[in-house]
Design a protein around this ligand. Structure first.
Ligand code: BES
Ligand code: MN
Length: 455
């Protein structure tokens, strides 16, 4: 074990260089123009898994982006750990707000800056390096390891859903380890035990068959943008509650002991507001900020398109308008039921003068993982060792829909060992990852392998 830890510390600068090469590949899964880059990135991951010393590494083609699999199964009779990550990244727009080009990683102020540095290349790369450190120093691992890296996480993981269903034997394991979440604060070792689900939709409001002169026609026909805005404004009431019928019907109430644990985390609304550049926080009445973020469902408009949006003025009454609307869901809400109620409700809000179409783009279930499992306990000890502090347990507001599928199909506990910080700008310009978290992440992973193999 000591050899492994020393080896990691000695080779850390090489790991940074390798991560930089990984980050140079613009693997944006949602843009067809980057399809070749996504492929190239999968090939890069294959190469890294091979270099790490895994005995079987394979690239599986799918309907969209490849899935990369790797394994080392030389620890007979020992538990098997499945490590998941995603090598795809979010788009980079607005490009002009980046201080450095998003795919030309730089190290500055103790951070590595690039799209994907945190979400998720930097975070899952730590596990590749810890496994490699074992294999290069000891020639073996104290448990069996499998890797599954996908290229569609940021667009809903469709191919991986099918892959898991069809490859249960291949992916069979005793625990799933994922670093794709956050830490409660800088230097605070964190295990996440809950994530929100998601329901992503698009509302399209269509009026006249073409754009109209707003002087000649304005006042006599419904304006799709006006009507869309009215619909959006009716999705919340004055207390910040979502107005979709039955929306809260299945929401689990927070247990008093969990509420108490949230309180112990001493969250500061004031500091949070300052960090975000807002004067005041806002949300559902009657709940604390951590409750609003982690255990209450929400609805947000993510984008809105319609009419004339160039510089200058143009007097039209647009023929259509579209809004992207997504909901974050919590146990025990079912995205499919919410979707039905949402479609019905939105349609009921529109006047006859326009037609409204609601499309569901993707959805994922919320999760809470039981804290009492050998894997979680081993993980808590591991991160605590690496960061030199007591581990905190949190829930988070983001979503990783495939987690539920791992639990359901493989019947294995999932460990969410997050290494990112809220301030790392994931999905935003100037994404970065703290070098400290990258290094301690590799150590955490190495300690976890040791701890879990003994448990
Ligand atoms: N790493 C995030 C999920 C995340 C972010 C968890 C912050 C906890 C804290 C992941 O890559 C992500 O962005 N997921 C998407 C889900 C999706 C597109 C289906 C999300 O949450 O929007
Ligand atoms: Mn993401």
């Amino acid at each position: 074990m000591e050899n492994v830890i020393n080896f990691i510390k000695e080779n850390f600068n090489t790991y940074l260089d390798e991560l930089k090469d990984y980050l140079k590949i613009p693997s944006i899964s949602t843009l067809d123009s980057h399809k070749d880059d996504v492929n190239k990135c999968a090939e890069f991951a294959v190469k890294k898994l091979k270099e790490a010393g895994l005995t079987r590494v394979e690239l599986f083609q799918t309907k969209r982006h490849p899935i990369v699999y790797g394994e080392w199964l030389g620890a007979f009779g020992k538990p098997t750990l499945l490590i998941y990550g995603h090598y795809d990244v979010q788009p980079v727009d607005p490009l002009e707000l980046w201080n450095n080009p998003p795919f030309e990683p730089v190290i500055q102020d103790g951070k590595i800056w690039a799209r994907g540095a945190n979400d998720n290349k930097g975070q899952h790369f730590v596990h590749i390096k810890s496994v490699e450190a074992y294999l290069k120093t000891m020639g073996s691992l104290p448990l069996n390891v499998k890797f599954i890296l996908e290229g569609e996480e940021e667009i809903g993981s469709e191919s991986l859903y099918d892959f898991i269903k069809q490859n249960k034997e291949l992916l069979k394991c005793n625990a799933v380890l994922i670093s794709d979440t956050g830490m409660y604060g800088k230097g605070i070792p964190t295990i996440t035990y809950g994530l929100r689900g998601i329901l992503y939709t698009e509302i399209e409001v269509v009026g006249p068959k073409a754009d109209l002169h707003s002087g000649t026609f304005g006042g006599a026909v419904a304006n799709p943008i006006n009507e869309l805005a009215k619909i959006i404004s009716k999705l919340h009431d004055k207390n910040g509650k979502v107005t979709i019928p039955n929306f809260y019907k299945d929401v689990l109430k927070l247990k008093p002991e969990e509420k108490e644990n949230f309180r112990k985390l001493k969250f500061s609304d004031k500091e949070f507001a300052k960090q975000l550049g807002v004067k005041e926080l806002q949300g559902e009445k009657g709940y604390s900020t951590l409750e609003r973020l982690w255990v209450r469902p929400t609805l947000d408009c993510n984008g809105i398109v319609g009419g004339f949006t160039e510089k200058g003025a143009k007097t039209i009454l647009p023929s259509k308008a579209i809004a992207k609307v997504s909901m974050r869901l919590v146990p025990n809400q079912d995205p499919r039921n919410i979707a039905k109620d949402f479609v019905k409700y939105v349609k009921s809000l529109a006047p006859k003068g326009v037609s409204v179409e609601v499309r569901v783009l993707h959805y994922g279930y919320p999760i809470v993982v039981p804290l009492k499992s050998k894997a979680i306990e081993a993980a808590a000890r591991a991160v605590s060792k690496a960061f030199g502090k007591d581990t905190v347990f949190i829930r988070e507001g983001g979503s990783i829909p495939i987690v539920v599928e791992f639990m359901k199909q493989l019947k294995a506990p999932v460990v969410l060992m997050g290494l990112g910080l809220d301030t790392d700008n994931i999905h935003s310009p100037n994404e970065h990852f703290h070098i400290e978290n990258f290094e301690k992440g590799i150590l955490s992973s190495a300690y976890f392998i040791d701890e879990f193999s003994k448990s």
